[in-house]
Design a protein around this ligand. Structure first.
Ligand SMILES: Cc1cc2nc3c(=O)[nH]c(=O)nc-3n(C[C@H](O)[C@H](O)[C@H](O)COP(=O)(O)O)c2cc1C
Length: 339
Protein backbone atom coordinates (compact mmCIF):
# COMPACT_ATOMS: atom_id res chain seq x y z
CA UNK A 1 0.00 0.00 0.00
CA UNK A 2 1.31 3.48 -0.81
CA UNK A 3 2.03 5.62 2.18
CA UNK A 4 3.20 9.20 2.18
CA UNK A 5 5.40 8.63 5.24
CA UNK A 6 7.45 6.26 3.14
CA UNK A 7 7.48 8.30 -0.05
CA UNK A 8 10.65 10.12 -1.16
CA UNK A 9 10.99 13.89 -1.23
CA UNK A 10 13.56 16.09 -2.92
CA UNK A 11 15.07 19.26 -1.52
CA UNK A 12 17.21 21.13 -4.03
CA UNK A 13 18.81 17.98 -5.40
CA UNK A 14 18.93 15.97 -2.15
CA UNK A 15 16.42 13.12 -2.15
CA UNK A 16 15.31 11.66 1.17
CA UNK A 17 13.99 8.10 0.89
CA UNK A 18 11.14 8.82 3.28
CA UNK A 19 9.69 11.61 5.44
CA UNK A 20 11.07 10.45 8.77
CA UNK A 21 13.63 12.77 10.35
CA UNK A 22 15.61 12.24 13.51
CA UNK A 23 15.03 15.52 15.30
CA UNK A 24 18.19 17.22 16.60
CA UNK A 25 18.82 16.17 20.20
CA UNK A 26 21.77 17.24 22.32
CA UNK A 27 23.39 14.24 23.89
CA UNK A 28 25.79 16.19 26.15
CA UNK A 29 28.18 13.29 25.69
CA UNK A 30 31.44 14.84 24.57
CA UNK A 31 33.32 13.68 27.66
CA UNK A 32 36.65 15.34 26.72
CA UNK A 33 34.71 18.65 26.60
CA UNK A 34 36.43 19.70 23.38
CA UNK A 35 33.48 19.34 21.00
CA UNK A 36 34.77 16.19 19.28
CA UNK A 37 32.60 13.27 18.15
CA UNK A 38 32.89 10.22 20.43
CA UNK A 39 32.22 6.52 19.71
CA UNK A 40 28.83 6.95 21.40
CA UNK A 41 27.75 9.55 18.83
CA UNK A 42 28.59 7.24 15.96
CA UNK A 43 26.65 4.32 17.47
CA UNK A 44 23.74 6.60 18.36
CA UNK A 45 23.27 8.15 14.91
CA UNK A 46 24.22 5.08 12.88
CA UNK A 47 21.67 2.89 14.68
CA UNK A 48 18.82 5.22 13.66
CA UNK A 49 20.08 5.05 10.05
CA UNK A 50 19.98 1.24 10.28
CA UNK A 51 16.43 1.72 11.58
CA UNK A 52 15.52 3.33 8.21
CA UNK A 53 15.12 6.94 9.30
CA UNK A 54 15.37 8.96 6.08
CA UNK A 55 17.23 11.99 7.44
CA UNK A 56 19.44 11.90 10.50
CA UNK A 57 20.02 15.33 12.00
CA UNK A 58 22.90 15.75 14.39
CA UNK A 59 22.27 17.59 17.61
CA UNK A 60 22.84 21.33 18.12
CA UNK A 61 26.53 21.65 17.25
CA UNK A 62 28.29 24.78 18.45
CA UNK A 63 29.81 27.14 15.91
CA UNK A 64 31.84 28.86 18.65
CA UNK A 65 33.02 27.39 21.98
CA UNK A 66 31.24 30.16 23.91
CA UNK A 67 28.07 29.20 22.03
CA UNK A 68 27.81 25.76 23.63
CA UNK A 69 24.88 24.96 25.88
CA UNK A 70 27.22 22.86 28.04
CA UNK A 71 30.88 21.90 27.97
CA UNK A 72 29.85 18.45 26.66
CA UNK A 73 28.21 19.71 23.45
CA UNK A 74 29.46 18.75 20.02
CA UNK A 75 31.38 21.48 18.22
CA UNK A 76 32.24 22.58 14.71
CA UNK A 77 34.32 25.66 15.48
CA UNK A 78 37.62 24.03 14.49
CA UNK A 79 38.95 21.90 11.64
CA UNK A 80 39.87 19.39 14.38
CA UNK A 81 36.18 18.51 14.61
CA UNK A 82 35.89 17.43 11.00
CA UNK A 83 37.35 13.94 11.17
CA UNK A 84 34.73 12.79 13.69
CA UNK A 85 31.89 14.58 11.94
CA UNK A 86 32.86 13.03 8.59
CA UNK A 87 32.86 9.61 10.21
CA UNK A 88 29.30 10.08 11.51
CA UNK A 89 28.08 11.38 8.17
CA UNK A 90 29.74 8.45 6.33
CA UNK A 91 28.17 5.88 8.70
CA UNK A 92 24.74 7.48 8.18
CA UNK A 93 25.19 7.32 4.39
CA UNK A 94 26.26 3.66 4.58
CA UNK A 95 22.62 2.76 5.37
CA UNK A 96 20.96 4.87 2.70
CA UNK A 97 19.98 7.77 4.96
CA UNK A 98 20.92 11.40 4.37
CA UNK A 99 22.86 13.35 6.95
CA UNK A 100 22.24 16.76 8.39
CA UNK A 101 23.77 18.90 11.11
CA UNK A 102 22.14 21.57 13.25
CA UNK A 103 24.43 24.61 13.55
CA UNK A 104 23.89 26.41 16.82
CA UNK A 105 24.90 29.14 19.23
CA UNK A 106 23.38 29.15 22.71
CA UNK A 107 23.74 32.88 23.46
CA UNK A 108 22.37 33.61 26.94
CA UNK A 109 21.40 29.97 27.47
CA UNK A 110 25.04 28.85 27.55
CA UNK A 111 25.83 27.13 30.82
CA UNK A 112 29.59 27.64 30.77
CA UNK A 113 32.30 28.87 33.16
CA UNK A 114 33.22 31.83 30.90
CA UNK A 115 31.36 35.06 30.03
CA UNK A 116 28.36 34.56 27.80
CA UNK A 117 26.86 36.67 25.00
CA UNK A 118 23.40 37.74 23.87
CA UNK A 119 21.70 40.60 22.04
CA UNK A 120 20.98 42.35 25.37
CA UNK A 121 22.25 41.93 28.94
CA UNK A 122 19.17 40.15 30.27
CA UNK A 123 19.44 36.73 31.94
CA UNK A 124 17.01 33.96 30.91
CA UNK A 125 16.12 33.46 34.59
CA UNK A 126 17.80 33.39 38.00
CA UNK A 127 19.58 30.14 37.22
CA UNK A 128 21.45 31.63 34.27
CA UNK A 129 24.27 34.16 34.05
CA UNK A 130 23.61 37.67 32.85
CA UNK A 131 25.08 37.82 29.34
CA UNK A 132 27.14 40.62 27.85
CA UNK A 133 25.43 42.48 25.00
CA UNK A 134 27.20 41.59 21.75
CA UNK A 135 29.28 44.29 20.10
CA UNK A 136 29.05 44.66 16.32
CA UNK A 137 32.50 42.97 16.07
CA UNK A 138 31.19 40.02 18.08
CA UNK A 139 28.14 39.81 15.82
CA UNK A 140 30.43 39.78 12.76
CA UNK A 141 32.58 37.06 14.31
CA UNK A 142 29.50 34.93 14.99
CA UNK A 143 28.27 35.30 11.40
CA UNK A 144 31.74 34.28 10.23
CA UNK A 145 31.63 31.30 12.62
CA UNK A 146 28.35 30.08 11.06
CA UNK A 147 29.94 30.45 7.62
CA UNK A 148 33.06 28.50 8.65
CA UNK A 149 30.83 25.84 10.20
CA UNK A 150 28.92 25.52 6.91
CA UNK A 151 32.18 25.06 5.00
CA UNK A 152 33.22 22.35 7.45
CA UNK A 153 29.78 20.71 7.20
CA UNK A 154 30.24 20.50 3.43
CA UNK A 155 33.76 19.07 3.73
CA UNK A 156 32.49 16.52 6.26
CA UNK A 157 29.89 15.33 3.71
CA UNK A 158 26.62 16.48 5.24
CA UNK A 159 23.68 16.75 2.83
CA UNK A 160 21.62 19.37 4.65
CA UNK A 161 22.35 22.15 7.15
CA UNK A 162 19.81 23.26 9.72
CA UNK A 163 20.24 26.65 11.38
CA UNK A 164 19.04 26.58 14.98
CA UNK A 165 16.92 29.71 15.35
CA UNK A 166 14.55 28.23 17.97
CA UNK A 167 14.22 27.40 21.68
CA UNK A 168 15.55 30.73 22.89
CA UNK A 169 19.12 30.25 21.70
CA UNK A 170 21.14 33.10 20.21
CA UNK A 171 19.34 33.64 16.89
CA UNK A 172 15.94 33.28 18.58
CA UNK A 173 17.09 35.83 21.18
CA UNK A 174 17.69 38.29 18.35
CA UNK A 175 14.33 37.51 16.71
CA UNK A 176 12.29 38.02 19.86
CA UNK A 177 11.35 41.42 21.28
CA UNK A 178 11.36 39.73 24.71
CA UNK A 179 15.14 39.22 24.67
CA UNK A 180 16.31 41.75 22.07
CA UNK A 181 16.29 45.32 23.43
CA UNK A 182 19.01 46.64 21.13
CA UNK A 183 18.82 50.11 19.66
CA UNK A 184 21.17 49.46 16.71
CA UNK A 185 20.27 47.92 13.34
CA UNK A 186 19.90 44.45 14.96
CA UNK A 187 17.11 45.56 17.33
CA UNK A 188 13.77 47.33 17.27
CA UNK A 189 11.30 46.40 14.51
CA UNK A 190 11.03 42.82 13.26
CA UNK A 191 12.94 43.70 10.08
CA UNK A 192 15.94 44.55 12.29
CA UNK A 193 15.48 41.60 14.63
CA UNK A 194 15.56 39.31 11.57
CA UNK A 195 18.84 40.85 10.35
CA UNK A 196 21.20 38.48 12.18
CA UNK A 197 19.46 35.39 10.80
CA UNK A 198 19.35 36.95 7.33
CA UNK A 199 23.07 37.72 7.40
CA UNK A 200 23.94 34.25 8.69
CA UNK A 201 21.98 32.68 5.82
CA UNK A 202 23.67 34.89 3.22
CA UNK A 203 27.10 34.11 4.67
CA UNK A 204 26.39 30.37 4.65
CA UNK A 205 25.20 30.53 1.03
CA UNK A 206 28.65 31.76 -0.08
CA UNK A 207 30.19 28.40 0.92
CA UNK A 208 27.24 25.99 0.83
CA UNK A 209 25.02 25.24 -2.16
CA UNK A 210 22.89 22.48 -0.64
CA UNK A 211 19.54 22.74 1.11
CA UNK A 212 19.29 24.83 4.29
CA UNK A 213 16.58 24.21 6.87
CA UNK A 214 15.80 26.68 9.66
CA UNK A 215 14.25 25.66 12.98
CA UNK A 216 12.16 28.38 14.59
CA UNK A 217 10.05 28.63 17.72
CA UNK A 218 6.76 29.65 16.13
CA UNK A 219 5.07 30.42 19.44
CA UNK A 220 6.72 32.30 22.30
CA UNK A 221 3.81 31.73 24.71
CA UNK A 222 3.92 35.40 25.69
CA UNK A 223 1.63 38.27 24.69
CA UNK A 224 4.58 40.65 24.18
CA UNK A 225 6.58 38.16 22.13
CA UNK A 226 6.49 37.47 18.38
CA UNK A 227 2.96 36.68 17.17
CA UNK A 228 1.65 34.79 14.16
CA UNK A 229 1.98 37.80 11.82
CA UNK A 230 5.65 38.10 12.79
CA UNK A 231 6.24 34.42 12.08
CA UNK A 232 4.56 34.76 8.71
CA UNK A 233 6.89 37.68 7.95
CA UNK A 234 9.94 35.63 9.00
CA UNK A 235 8.76 32.67 6.91
CA UNK A 236 8.31 34.92 3.86
CA UNK A 237 11.83 36.23 4.29
CA UNK A 238 13.21 32.71 4.71
CA UNK A 239 11.42 31.68 1.53
CA UNK A 240 12.89 34.67 -0.35
CA UNK A 241 16.34 33.69 0.87
CA UNK A 242 15.90 30.20 -0.62
CA UNK A 243 15.44 28.24 2.62
CA UNK A 244 14.30 24.71 1.74
CA UNK A 245 12.18 24.01 4.83
CA UNK A 246 11.07 25.59 8.10
CA UNK A 247 11.21 23.18 11.01
CA UNK A 248 8.46 24.42 13.33
CA UNK A 249 9.01 24.07 17.03
CA UNK A 250 7.88 26.41 19.83
CA UNK A 251 8.95 27.98 23.10
CA UNK A 252 12.15 28.46 25.02
CA UNK A 253 12.78 32.16 24.57
CA UNK A 254 11.41 33.08 28.00
CA UNK A 255 10.28 30.84 30.86
CA UNK A 256 6.72 29.63 30.14
CA UNK A 257 4.48 26.78 31.15
CA UNK A 258 3.70 24.67 28.12
CA UNK A 259 1.20 21.85 28.33
CA UNK A 260 1.98 19.63 25.38
CA UNK A 261 -0.46 17.18 23.84
CA UNK A 262 -0.10 14.91 20.79
CA UNK A 263 0.85 16.98 17.76
CA UNK A 264 0.66 20.27 19.71
CA UNK A 265 3.05 22.10 17.40
CA UNK A 266 1.68 20.74 14.10
CA UNK A 267 -0.69 23.74 13.59
CA UNK A 268 2.40 26.00 13.47
CA UNK A 269 3.87 23.99 10.59
CA UNK A 270 0.47 23.95 8.91
CA UNK A 271 -0.09 27.73 9.07
CA UNK A 272 3.31 28.58 7.59
CA UNK A 273 3.01 25.90 4.90
CA UNK A 274 -0.43 27.13 3.84
CA UNK A 275 0.06 30.88 4.17
CA UNK A 276 3.61 31.18 2.86
CA UNK A 277 3.76 28.11 0.56
CA UNK A 278 7.06 26.89 1.96
CA UNK A 279 7.80 23.28 2.94
CA UNK A 280 7.60 22.71 6.69
CA UNK A 281 8.59 20.10 9.22
CA UNK A 282 6.31 19.11 12.09
CA UNK A 283 7.70 18.10 15.48
CA UNK A 284 6.50 17.49 18.99
CA UNK A 285 4.73 14.48 20.48
CA UNK A 286 4.33 12.73 17.17
CA UNK A 287 4.52 9.12 18.20
CA UNK A 288 2.68 6.87 15.75
CA UNK A 289 2.86 6.16 12.06
CA UNK A 290 -0.87 6.79 11.75
CA UNK A 291 -0.50 10.26 13.30
CA UNK A 292 2.44 11.02 10.99
CA UNK A 293 0.51 9.83 7.93
CA UNK A 294 -2.44 12.07 8.84
CA UNK A 295 -0.16 15.15 9.03
CA UNK A 296 1.40 14.41 5.64
CA UNK A 297 -1.77 13.36 3.79
CA UNK A 298 -3.62 16.45 4.99
CA UNK A 299 -0.70 18.56 3.73
CA UNK A 300 -0.06 20.02 7.18
CA UNK A 301 3.71 19.47 6.86
CA UNK A 302 6.24 17.82 4.53
CA UNK A 303 8.55 16.10 7.00
CA UNK A 304 7.99 14.43 10.35
CA UNK A 305 10.64 15.12 12.97
CA UNK A 306 10.82 12.59 15.79
CA UNK A 307 12.69 13.25 19.00
CA UNK A 308 12.05 11.19 22.10
CA UNK A 309 10.27 8.45 20.16
CA UNK A 310 13.57 7.65 18.43
CA UNK A 311 15.36 7.60 21.79
CA UNK A 312 12.91 4.92 22.86
CA UNK A 313 12.87 3.00 19.62
CA UNK A 314 15.52 3.21 16.88
CA UNK A 315 13.28 0.91 14.81
CA UNK A 316 10.25 3.20 14.92
CA UNK A 317 10.06 3.18 11.11
CA UNK A 318 9.45 -0.58 11.11
CA UNK A 319 6.74 -0.27 13.77
CA UNK A 320 5.07 2.58 11.86
CA UNK A 321 5.23 0.63 8.60
CA UNK A 322 3.58 -2.41 10.20
CA UNK A 323 0.72 -0.28 11.57
CA UNK A 324 0.28 1.39 8.17
CA UNK A 325 0.50 -1.97 6.37
CA UNK A 326 3.44 -0.74 4.37
CA UNK A 327 6.05 -3.25 3.24
CA UNK A 328 9.24 -1.54 4.42
CA UNK A 329 12.41 -3.12 3.02
CA UNK A 330 14.63 -4.43 5.78
CA UNK A 331 18.34 -3.74 5.99
CA UNK A 332 19.80 -6.87 4.33
CA UNK A 333 21.18 -8.50 7.51
CA UNK A 334 17.83 -7.98 9.28
CA UNK A 335 15.61 -9.54 6.61
CA UNK A 336 14.84 -12.69 8.57
CA UNK A 337 13.60 -10.60 11.49
CA UNK A 338 11.61 -8.02 9.55
CA UNK A 339 9.58 -10.36 7.35
C1 LIG B 1 17.35 14.98 24.92
C2 LIG B 1 16.84 16.07 24.02
C3 LIG B 1 17.73 16.95 23.44
C4 LIG B 1 17.28 17.94 22.56
N1 LIG B 1 18.17 18.74 21.90
C5 LIG B 1 17.76 19.55 20.90
C6 LIG B 1 18.69 20.18 20.04
O1 LIG B 1 19.91 19.96 20.12
N2 LIG B 1 18.20 21.02 19.09
C7 LIG B 1 16.86 21.23 18.93
O2 LIG B 1 16.47 22.01 18.05
N3 LIG B 1 15.95 20.59 19.69
C8 LIG B 1 16.38 19.74 20.63
N4 LIG B 1 15.47 19.02 21.35
C9 LIG B 1 14.04 19.10 20.98
C10 LIG B 1 13.68 17.97 20.00
O3 LIG B 1 14.39 18.09 18.78
C11 LIG B 1 12.18 17.97 19.71
O4 LIG B 1 11.85 19.17 19.08
C12 LIG B 1 11.34 17.81 20.99
O5 LIG B 1 11.86 16.76 21.80
C13 LIG B 1 9.87 17.53 20.67
O6 LIG B 1 9.75 16.38 19.86
P1 LIG B 1 9.39 14.93 20.48
O7 LIG B 1 8.08 15.07 21.21
O8 LIG B 1 9.30 14.03 19.28
O9 LIG B 1 10.49 14.53 21.42
C14 LIG B 1 15.89 18.07 22.29
C15 LIG B 1 14.99 17.19 22.92
C16 LIG B 1 15.45 16.20 23.75
C17 LIG B 1 14.44 15.24 24.36
Amino acid sequence: MERKLFSPINFQGVTLKNRIVMSPMCMYSCEPEDGTVQDFHITHYESRAVGQVGLIMLEATAVQPEGRISTKDLGIWSDDHMEGLKKVSDRIHAHGAKSSIQLAHAGRKANLPNDILAPSPIAFNDNYKTPNAMSSEQIKATIQAFKDAARRSKQAGFDIIEIHAAHGYLINQFLSPLSNKRTDMYGGPKENRYRLLSEIIEAIKTVWNGPIFVRISADEYHECGNQQDDFIYYAEQLKKQGIALIDCSTGGVVPATIQPYPGYQVPKAEVLKKQVAIPTGAVGLITSGIQAEEILQNKRADLIFLGRELLRNPYWAKQAADKLQFDLSAPKPYERGWL
